[in-house]
Ligand binder design. Structure first.
Ligand SMILES: [Zn+2]
Ligand SMILES: [Zn+2]
Length: 206
């Protein structure tokens, strides 16, 4: 049998459980058992027995097969991340202001591993200022990154998780301040700018 925490994590993944993963069978957990039992044709008694256990594992295994992760019937970070990535990969249609090619490595190597979570933030920034936002540097292969003056070896640009942007007609301090909002709320990891080698651009990374 799955532990209570595992049951909660599995049911949360499937949208049945709305509470904390705390290992305590409270009202929300019992409600999740009932709703799951109802949807899968089991006896609706709110009691987690062998049949409910078997069905829950089976349903999670099917999800894991679809996501291409280890099939063990137990939801952990890898399963959750795989689904998040999948959701994100379907979302280029939601990006109004950027084309993927704008993030290509500038050396011409064709690398483009840009993270859509970052592009979503840039899209919001672009929307906020209402003016075209130019990507001066997006993805970078290691070779190109290392060739740039002032770049660090493990730059987030190499991972596709950073971009340098500028907006014509918007003061750099204002753009930086907007980027800092994203760091403050936890959606971005870091932002900075400097005069010497970035001109008008601001770096933002997730
Ligand atoms: Zn390159
Ligand atoms: Zn940068």
């Amino acid at each position: 049998m799955l532990t209570i925490k595992q049951r909660q994590a599995n049911l949360q993944f499937l949208g049945y459980y709305k509470g904390q993963i705390d290992g305590i069978v409270g009202a929300l957990t019992k409600q999740a058992y009932r709703n799951f039992q109802k949807d899968y044709g089991l006896v609706i008694d709110g009691i987690y027995g062998v049949k409910t256990n078997a069905k829950l594992i089976e349903v999670i295994k099917e999800e894991q097969i679809k996501l291409g992760v280890k099939v063990d019937g137990i939801v952990g970070p890898i399963t959750i991340n795989a689904r998040d990535d999948k959701n994100v990969s379907l979302a280029w249609n939601d990006i109004k202001y950027f084309k993927k090619s704008e993030f290509n490595c500038k050396c011409g190597c064709g690398l483009n591993n840009i993270d859509l979570k970052l592009v979503k933030i840039l899209n919001e920034i672009r929307e906020y200022f209402g003016k075209p936002c130019i990507v001066t540097s997006g993805c970078r292969c290691q070779k190109y990154n290392d060739s740039l003056r002032g770049s660090i070896k493990n730059s987030k640009h190499v991972q596709g998780k950073a971009a340098d942007i500028w907006i014509n007609g918007i003061r750099k301090a204002e753009l930086l301040s907007k980027c800092k909002d994203y760091v403050r709320c936890g959606r971005a990891n870091y932002t900075y700018t400097n005069e010497s080698n970035m001109k008008n651009a601001v770096h933002i990374e997730i």
